[in-house]
Write a protein of this length. Structure first.
Length: 107
């Protein structure tokens, strides 16, 4: 499974989850099967509030789930329509949230 995380800066698995999907400077994508970690700069950073384009933001990269500190209803609906589950971060870092996701402890 590929899991995306909205982050402020690229610090790998120690990156802190950012508080809002649409204005996140970057995304960390973790392939849980292969353990690969990729960083993608937000290609839709300068969008009008409420008009976020998740496909553009992720630079066309595919994910199965997204973990965020905050996200608007429009972006949630767009991600869900693409088959992407959205989870609320419950810890500070990518690593800790990934551990919680594996334990089914994220909403």
């Amino acid at each position: 499974m590929k899991v995306g995380f909205a982050v402020q800066t690229d610090e790998g698995m120690g990156s802190k989850v950012y508080n809002h999907f649409g204005s996140s400077p970057a995304f960390i994508i973790v392939d849980t099967a292969g353990k690969d970690v990729v960083t993608v700069n937000n290609r839709d950073l300068n969008h009008v509030h409420g008009a976020c384009n998740p496909v553009m933001a992720l630079d066309g990269k595919s994910v199965d789930a997204m973990v965020v500190g905050g996200i608007g209803a429009g972006a949630i609906n767009k991600l869900n329509a693409m088959g992407i589950k959205v989870y609320a971060a419950a810890a500070l870092t990518v690593k800790d949230n990934l551990d919680l996701l594996r334990q089914n402890k994220l909403e």
